[in-house]
Design a protein around this ligand. Sequence first.
Ligand code: NAD
Ligand code: ZN
Length: 379
Amino acid sequence: MATAGKVIKCKAAVAWEAGKPLSMEEVEVAPPQAMEVRVKILFTSLCHTDVYFWEAKGQTPVFPRIFGHEAGGIVESVGEGVTDVAPGDHVLPVFTGECKECAHCKSAESNMCDLLRINTDRGVMIGDGKSRFSINGKPIYHFVGTSTFSEYTVMHVGCVAKINPEAPLDKVCILSCGISTGLGASINVAKPPKGSTVAIFGLGAVGLAAAEGARIAGASRIIGIDLNPNRFEEARKFGCTEFVNPKDHKKPVQEVLAEMTNGGVDRSVECTGNINAMIQAFECVHDGWGVAVLVGVPHKDAEFKTHPMNFLNERTLKGTFFGNFKPRTDLPNVVELYMNKELELEKFITHTVPFSEINHAFDLMAKGEGIRCIIRMEN
Ligand code: NAD
Ligand code: ZN
C-alpha cells in the first residue's frame, strides 16, 4: 500500500519497433485513475495475438508498446470509483472487457461489451486517452488494455477478473485468452451431447483447448484434423481419439469425415483461421442436427462459400469470440473447473522462462515449439 497513489518504477519488456526483439527497460507506471486498477503481474504467457501485432504485418503499427495479455497478478492499488476489486485481490487480465452496463453485458447471450470490446489499435486508456507508462516522460503505449509484459500495469476495472486466491497463478494465467477461447467454443457454443462425435480443425493451443472442452462435455469420439502431423501425438493428451491429415487424402476432408462417421460429425470446431478449413468444418457436420463453430480469425479478404442447401438440410453455423465467456462473470468459474480437477491446465504448459529471457518465448513460438511458455516476472 506504500506505493498507492505514487508512480512505480519497474521493469518492462518494451517493443520499440515492429519485429525487433523486446528490450528490458525501467518504466514509470502512473497510479490508476477513475475506474482503473494497478496490478503487479506475477506470471504472463505469450499468445499468437501478441506476435501478430508485434510483427505488425497488415496491422496498424503502434510503437513503442508493451505487449502481453495472458497473465495473472495481484491488485496493488485501485482508482476512484472501483468497488469490485481491492488491493491484494488475485486477478486475470482480459483483453476484452465487461462493463456490466451496456446492452451486450446485460444480454445473457453476448460477451461483446460495447465499452471494453477488444481494440487492437488503441494504445491508451479509455478514461482520458493517455498512457500510464512512460520512460523519461515519453509515453509507451498499451496493448489491448492489458500490457502484461511489465512488472506493474494499469487496466480498466472491467478488464480484470477477480479469481479464487488459492488458484496457482502460474497455471491459471493461461486462462486469460487462448485456452478459454477453445474451451468455451466447445462447452458454451458447440455444446456436444454426451457420446457425440466432434471434429476439431487445427490443433494449436486453441484447438487443443477445444478438444479438452469436448472431452469435458463427454464427447466419445474427438477427431483432430491438422496439416501438421507433428501435432497428433500431443493431441491425444487432450482427448483426441482419431486424426485426419487432409494431405493424406485425395478426396475433400468433408467426405473423409462423412465416411468415418456414417454421414457426418455431430459438432465441429474450427481453430485454424484458414478459410478452406472453415468451409470444411461446416460441410462435415451431419445434416439434421450438426453444428459447426468458427473460432479462427480469417484473412481480411476471405469469403465463406457453401451451397445454401447445406443450411436447408438443417446444419447450423456459428462463430464465437473468447468462447462466449463473459470475462468478469465467467472466468472465475473456469478457474474453479481447474481447481476441481475437471479441467487440466498443466499439459498446455510446455516451457517456462524468467522475464529477462522473454525473447526466448517469441523464438519458441516462431519455431512452433510447445503450446504455452510461462514467463515468470520474479526470479
Ligand atoms: P496455431 O497456429 O497454433 O494453430 C493452428 C493450427 O491449424 C496449426 O497446427 C496448423 O497446422 C493448423 N491448420 C492451418 N490450416 C489448416 C487447414 N487448412 N486444415 C487443417 N489444419 C490447419 O493457432 P492458435 O493459437 O491455436 O489459434 C488458432 C486460431 O484461433 C487463430 O486463427 C487465432 O487467431 C484464433 N483465435 C480466435 C479467438 C476468438 O476469440 N475467436 C481468440 C484467440 C485466437
Ligand atoms: Zn459492456
